[in-house]
Write a protein that binds this ligand. Structure first.
Ligand code: DGJ
Length: 536
């Protein structure tokens, strides 16, 4: 059609009912397109990951509430704490015992309170399904499950004693947990299918057995003495034999991994078939660096969980799981890096669903961003007068989140594009180099001699040719050309402090003189600069 034709068409008088019908059609179609922003999902590009929320990368600045705080009676103080910590996402449990008080009767009171409360405060949610397993025990199953030890099989210890953990071989338990989880996902689809308040659901919590390395029931023993299934052999790259022949001293734990991974995978897959949003698990970890301490499955950590040395098995056996998040409470400065590597190498996005809330874990946020994290959440953020590592305040996490909250979408995109690098203070290293090829940034930590918590940290993102975005706390950043000193054949043109407002950069002032000459200095204030460099 040429221009003459189309102007002709505009002049054509359409009958009124036809006009009304066309208007209706267009309105309906437009409304559908508006609602059709895809559900949250993980995507990958060149080995990097993003959590897409409403179609764009999202950095989850999370906070997990205490175990017994997801009740309407507790939420007022929860929302206050979430606001003070500057989170954009709250992680909150859904208790099977509360959700299904009688078989097949579902109570959505807690979910409704969480979803409505989050929406009213412009927060997102990650819901944690406290089902068959919670910290290697069966704490949160409904009382009708606890009561019926015949129908819901317990783990049996090697000495024949049943314990307070459910066995993954219990088909009835699997069916009951799966039915409840599907009911939860069905309900979320109904109330949140087009709103995306709930970003993902964690299935179970630190799953596994505490109290035995595996189930020793007669049924389990029969399977344990039989040949290892082909699927497990393929996952472990092993050749045929019994569990003991193939896996030796690790046989009990790996037998448990196999049954537990398949159990959880079946629940996750059924849940995603009902509502396709990411489903994740979290892990009671073992420390990969603790080489001289023996860490026994079933004693020191729940046997069967996706600990770092079992993550490849989980990857093969539980394909419905989108992310496996290590829970980090170890203050060892190397632990974040060493613990997260196996999960990254296995191809999972880096999600830290729990980390210590006190100040010395705050620099791990920068460490995690440098590794491409999609989410980071201190544990136990609401006021209960108790926290796992002591009831200290989370001042340093709050400072980080206040700084990153307004630019979390931009940082998520830059991370996904591979443009973000970070430096974190380490004892004995007063400075660090960040390498962008032609340009390098030297980061120094002026307070390093005092080794005071939380320690300095800096983030540098490459925005374009000779242009960077820089922020940090207790750190000073200076750019220089590769193999040249700062000031040799290079200088800064402008160092513009500003902030993001609805995705747009708003400049505030230019740094110069003492604030920029010897390096761009970041203290405790949440400040960000955009730096233009020049070669001459
Ligand atoms: C890790 C668990 O996942 C949390 O639910 C909580 O129990 C903490 N440990 C300890 O406070």
């Amino acid at each position: 059609m040429d221009y003459a034709d189309s102007s002709q068409a505009r002049k054509t008088q359409w009958p009124r009912p036809l006009v009304f019908l066309s208007w209706l059609l267009i309105t309906v179609l437009t409304a559908q397109v508006a609602c059709a922003a895809p559900a949250p999902r993980f995507v990958q590009k060149d080995g990097r990951h993003a959590l897409l929320v409403d179609g764009k990368p999202f950095l989850m600045l999370g906070g997990q509430i205490h175990n017994s705080s997801a009740w309407p009676s507790e939420l007022a103080q929860v929302w206050e704490s979430a606001a003070a910590l500057h989170v954009n996402t709250l992680e909150a449990p859904i208790y099977w015992e509360q959700f299904e008080p009688q078989p097949g009767h579902f109570d959505t009171t807690n979910i409704d309170a969480l979803v409505q409360g989050a929406r009213a405060r412009d927060l997102r949610l990650v819901l944690l399904w406290f089902g068959t397993w919670k910290n290697g025990k069966m704490y949160y199953v409904p009382s009708w499950v606890k009561a019926d030890t015949q129908r819901f099989a317990r783990v049996i210890r090697p000495d024949g004693e049943p314990i307070d953990v459910l066995s993954p071989l219990g088909r009835n338990t699997l069916q009951a947990d799966k039915a409840a989880f599907v009911a939860l996902m069905d309900y979320l689809k109904k109330i949140d299918g087009d709103k995306h308040t709930v970003l993902m659901v964690q299935v179970e919590n630190e799953a596994g057995i505490l109290g035995s390395a595996r189930d020793n029931s007669p049924e389990a023993n029969k399977l344990f003495e039989a040949a290892v299934p082909a699927e497990m052999l393929a996952a472990a790259h092993k050749t045929a034999g019994t569990w003991k022949e193939v896996f030796g001293d690790d046989a009990d734990e790996i037998f448990q991994v196999y049954h537990q991974a398949k159990y959880i995978n079946e629940i996750a897959a059924a849940g995603k078939a009902a509502f396709d949003i990411p489903v994740t698990i979290n892990v009671w970890v073992t420390n990969p660096l603790a080489k001289r301490t023996t860490q026994l499955p079933g004693v020191d950590y729940p046997s069967g969980g996706a600990v770092h040395k079992r993550v490849d098995l989980w990857k093969a056996l539980a394909p419905a799981i989108d992310a496996i998040g290590p829970d980090i409470y170890d203050k060892d400065p190397w632990v974040v890096e060493s613990l997260t590597q196996p999960y990254l190498r296995a191809g999972y996005p880096l999600l830290i669903p729990e980390i210590g809330r006190n100040d010395n874990f705050a620099k791990d946020f920068y460490k995690a961003l440098g590794l491409g994290a999609v989410g980071f959440a201190p544990f136990g953020i609401d006021r209960t007068g108790w926290n796992y590592l002591g009831d200290e305040k989370w001042t340093a996490h709050a400072r980080n989140f206040e700084l990153f909250h307004p630019m979390s979408r931009e940082i998520a995109q830059l991370e996904f594009d591979g443009k973000v690098k970070t430096a974190v203070e380490e004892a004995g290293h007063a400075s660090q180099e960040i390498d962008f090829g032609e340009w390098q940034a030297t980061v120094t930590f002026p307070k390093s001699s005092g080794a005071a918590a939380p320690g300095g940290a800096a983030l540098v993102a490459e925005l374009g040719a000779d242009e960077f975005f820089v922020t940090g706390t207790d750190a000073s950043v200076v750019f220089h050309l590769k193999d040249k000193k700062p000031g040799e054949r290079s200088q800064f043109v402008t160092v513009e402090q500003g902030h993001f407002e609805n995705g747009a950069w708003k400049p505030l002032r230019l740094w110069n003189g003492d604030e920029a000459g010897g390096g761009f200095s970041f203290h405790q204030e949440p400040e960000v600069v955009r730096v233009k460099m020049q070669k001459f």
